[in-house]
Every structure is written in C-alpha cells, then in structure tokens.
Design a binder for this molecule. Structure first.
Ligand SMILES: O=C(O)CCC(=O)C(=O)O
Ligand SMILES: [Fe+2]
Length: 183
C-alpha cells in the first residue's frame, strides 16, 4: 500500500539515548546528497554512519524487525536487502539545519533501488523548534509524529522534507531498504 506508517515507541527513550551517545562520540561528516553533490541550500545536517560505529548491531537487528513487520503488514513491497548503512543526522538551528523537499530514489546504482524509507525521531520534541518531517501524501502533506522513538515508514519515492530547525537540535535515524526498482 502507498501510505505513511508510524510505529510509536519503536525505540525506547533509553535506546534513543544510547544511539545519540554513539552518534555524538563519532566524528560527523557534512551531509552529502545522492550522487555526492554538496548543496547547503538543499540540505544542512551532520551525518554519522552507524555501521562505522562500535556496538550498533542491536540497532540494525531492531531496524530489520521493524521494517520486516511493516512491509509484511502494510506495504508489501519487493524488498530484499539493506544496501546502505543506517545514518544518524543532526540538524542544528545554529547551522541552519534542514532538508528541502526530495524523494529518496536517485539515479545511482544503489539509490535507484531504494524502496522503503524509515526515519526514527531520536530527540525529545521540546529539544527543538521547527525540524518537522513532512510528507506529501497527495495534494496535502502530513507531519510525522515527533514523539521520541517513533518510527515513520514511507515509500522512498514519496516527497518529503525536514523544515528548518529554528531553535535547538534535532536528531533522527534514517534507513533505506532496497529491492528491484519500482516498475
Ligand atoms: O531526518 C529526517 O527526518 C529525514 C531524513 C531524510 O529525509 C533522508 O535522510 O533522506
Ligand atoms: Fe529523505
């Protein structure tokens, strides 16, 4: 089904804390876009790739379980693998953190095979202003639940954005699952 599916408390507060600690201990790279172009007008965030961090297998195990169940019960897409590491993004108001409207499907060998995107809210909603994950479901758009630990899953072709963070810092985890390109 083509929809936005939200899973409250996909990660507990303690688990979000742990992911944030791991992220904050790592050295972030500046957000790179599909095809490696950098365009700060389009996206501004720091990225940490989870597969480069120690002791994160449990995060991947949980992701696998969440995506498997959501795909079985809701989407029923032809998803066969996770071809890219999960990433944690840090959007800071002080750095103009945001991500303009985009689809996650790109032209590259891997980006063209993205099927299902999952985003987990890692920050408390009162830790930042702005920073809403908005998804275009048709003529309207919806705003993802901001509760900490909520997972939002959607088809990777769906247009979405993170509105500018105007105060504080927002952190989120993103993972894509892959399969034969949509046809
Ligand atoms: O941080 C978010 O809520 C969304 C991130 C995103 O859209 C992406 O990494 O492609
Ligand atoms: Fe995205």
């Amino acid at each position: 089904m083509i929809t936005v599916h939200q899973v409250p408390e996909a990660f507990s507060a303690a688990e979000c804390d742990r992911i944030v600690e791991i992220t904050n201990a790592a050295i972030p790279s500046d957000a790179k876009l599909v095809r490696d172009q950098r365009d700060h007008n389009y996206r501004r965030a720091e990225l940490v790739w989870l597969d480069e961090q120690p002791d994160t297998e449990w995060v991947m195990d949980r992701i696998l379980q969440l995506v498997r169940v959501a795909n079985r019960d809701v989407f029923d897409f032809d998803v066969t693998e996770f071809a890219e590491s999960a990433q944690v993004a840090t959007y800071r108001a002080s750095a103009g953190g945001h991500f303009d409207w985009h689809s996650d499907i790109g032209e590259g060998r891997i980006a063209s095979r993205r099927k299902l995107t999952m985003v987990v809210q890692l920050s408390e909603p009162d830790a930042y202003q702005g920073g809403a994950l908005e998804l275009m479901t048709g003529r309207d758009h919806i705003t993802a639940n901001t509760a900490r630990g909520t997972a939002t899953l959607f088809p990777s072709f769906m247009m979405h954005r993170v509105s500018p963070v105007t105060e504080g810092t927002r952190q989120s985890l993103t993972i894509w699952s892959h399969g034969t390109p949509f046809r």
